[in-house]
Design a protein around this ligand. Structure first.
Ligand code: HEC
Ligand code: HEC
Length: 303
């Protein structure tokens, strides 16, 4: 679907085709990381003996860490570490890889081989963070963690029926390749977001718009903002923004039609932070049914 005049890969092509420009960099990183693995294993032993963050609980360190996080990590992990288009939510107490402070140190320092998670330490690659800075980041991440572990809150089988049936989620969302595309793909949302964040996305879609897929050159992820344009011919199109720069906007309307439009050729161009997703209040989807849908998302996303 490279139907876009700009020649950029469409964000809809999926994760695999997402970062063509960066691919070479990533594979160098992978080679580097593999070579590094042996050294890592050795150093892990030394570090594990010191599985203790010297800055734990220090509010000043957390503040410094928050600043570093905004600059170096929010691009992928989202502002507030709540997850972005490319990196998981780090506010979940239950981490997939970072099972302790020492392991988290290792991950931030050396990256996770074979994934987009880059090395950030002083080992030649990446941004060259000092040990102190890495501990500050860990202090910050610990300070924003949601303490209560998320436990499944419903019947996933019924949730799936609702998702593809009465609740109409699949009109706009795809899971494992099935469904609509106006809203973000939700296959991994259950693994990347807290239950609270998902519940809030459904009850109050406009409060925090989801991140879209981003290009590596963009400092911050694009959000799923709503846009309404009127073309020269007077045609009104409403949809979500997929991509935007000073001169052009790429958008998708409710029929999943994609447009690449030059802004100065439009009669009007209006953005809004009112989500295209309808607000599901308890009258539309009661708490139990919503719990079932979230259980389904967590079931899919946890795999
Ligand atoms: C280019 C995108 C990108 C950047 C930049 C990035 N990360 Fe990541 N990070 C990822 C991805 C993707 C994963 C998940 C890898 C996987 O599990 O497949 C990850 C995983 C992690 C994990 C492990 C999470 C878990 O559940 O165990 C931690 C901790 C982490 N990142 C911290 C950071 C910090 C701190 C920074 C900034 C210094 C950072 N990351 C920068 C993409 C990124
Ligand atoms: C008319 C289209 C539409 C329908 C129907 C719809 N959504 Fe959405 N959804 C969107 C759009 C657009 C966004 C992105 C903007 C935003 O965050 O509100 C979104 C965002 C989300 C997010 C946030 C994703 C993230 O990465 O943070 C979740 C979760 C979600 N929807 C779940 C659901 C569920 C569950 C249902 C069914 C109960 C549903 N949606 C029905 C269009 C829709």
């Amino acid at each position: 679907m490279k139907n876009v005049a700009s020649g950029k890969a469409s964000p809809l092509l999926g994760l695999a085709n997402w970062l063509p420009a960066k691919r070479s960099l990533i594979s160098t990183g992978r080679w580097f990381s593999t070579t590094l693995l042996a050294i890592m294993v050795a150093t892990t032993v030394a570090l594990a003996a010191d599985d203790h963050n010297p800055l734990a609980g220090d509010p000043k360190a957390a503040k410094a860490g928050e600043y570093e996080f905004r600059i170096n990590c929010a691009l992928c992990h989202g502002l507030g570490a709540r997850g972005g288009g490319r990196g998981p939510d780090l506010t979940r107490a239950q981490k997939k890889h970072a099972t302790s402070d020492a392991v988290m140190f290792q991950i931030i320092n050396s990256g996770i081989p074979g994934t987009a998670m880059p090395a950030n330490g002083t080992n030649g690659q990446g941004v060259g963070m000092t040990d102190q800075e890495i501990w500050e980041l860990i202090t910050y991440i610990r300070s924003v963690e949601v303490k209560a572990p998320a436990k499944p809150i419903g019947d996933a089988t019924h949730g799936k029926e609702l998702f593809y049936g009465d609740a109409n989620c699949s009109l706009c969302h795809m899971i494992s390749g099935k469904g609509g595309r106006l809203g973000p793909e939700l296959t991994s949302v259950g693994g990347n977001r807290t239950v609270e964040a998902i519940l809030d996305s459904v009850r109050n879609p406009s409060r925090r718009l989801a991140w879209g897929l981003t290009e590596p050159t963009k400092e911050f992820a694009q959000e799923y903002e709503t846009v309404t344009v009127v073309t020269v011919n007077g045609k009104e199109i409403k949809g979500v923004i997929l991509n935007e720069d000073h001169f052009s906007v790429q958008m998708m309307d409710t029929n999943e039609q994609i447009y690449l439009l030059e802004k100065d050729k439009l009669r009007s161009f209006q953005k809004s932070r009112e989500s295209m997703m309808p607000k599901y209040d308890a009258a539309v989807l009661n708490d139990k049914d919503l719990g079932d849908v979230v259980a389904y998302l967590i079931n899919v996303g946890g795999k």
